[in-house]
Design a protein. Sequence first.
Length: 341
Amino acid sequence: MLTLRNRLQLLSLAACLAAAPAVAQTAMEPLKSIEINVANAPGGGYDQYARVIARYMPRHLPGAPTIMVKNMPGAGGARAANFMATLAPRDGSVLALLTREIALAPLLAPNQASYQFKAQELNWIGSPLQDVGLFVINTSAPAQSLDALKTTQITVAGTGPGSGPTTFPHVLNDVLGLKLKVVAGYPGSQEALLAVEKGESDGHVSGGSSAAFRNRINPLIADKKMRMLLQLGMTKDMEYSDVPLIFDLVSDPETRKLLEVIFAPQYLGRPIVAPPGVPAARVAELRRAFDAVLADPEFLAEAARQRMDINHVSGADLARMIDKVHGYPVNVIKRATALAQ
């Protein structure tokens, strides 16, 4: 069964595809095969998206090429990104599904790894998902609103260093003047939510709004055991349309730029890229095919069966976001870097 977000996504993409002007055929030979290198180990969420997309994308490409998925984990995602920049052939036959953070890693942590790629030079094909973080609290917490949290401290359950649930509360403290004390070290958001449910922690700021996360919190919200205060990302999860987005609360231009840097990885979601130097006609072909997959009713039905959240971002929009944040002033980048530690 398709979710409301899936239905809206399908209607939006169908309208865009119908309105798009006809594209002239190119003289390029159809690809016989395509390889997608996933920057994560087998069995995880990134791998899942790559393998489902790989099953449906051939039907939308000239010649219906075979698409194989391989895994290339390592160096926090830098291994796959470096391979795309230095060794992958420039004909569109090799793609990668990168980690959402890697595009900004050279900008925010330039000394922590050997980066051989420039995010602005990669050809961004698209992402099936943009993430939205959700700030939830126990209804027995000593503060029950954002205004109250400016004077009353509560604890929030964080996960590992540098993760959204650990970093985002510091961003909220800096930008909104809240008083959130992070208790880090929980293995993941499910364990953090359990701590909130039991009252061991007052709240949790998630890094995303996956189906599993929403299925966990929705009954607790309905039973008035939890309350959602804020959404964190570029766009809202419309399942919670009455809950404000952080950008709704910030008007200062420099602070909005800071938030765009912080939440750009949320926007990238599960990005698929081609190497630098791929002919523009091939990039356009791959982008059209990817967009068609994300409007394919059979794909959306399969995604729903596998509980995969779909919130599509086009390759052109990913590229614009990458160029935008890399062009921000040094003081904005330094402030973002300090908060992302």
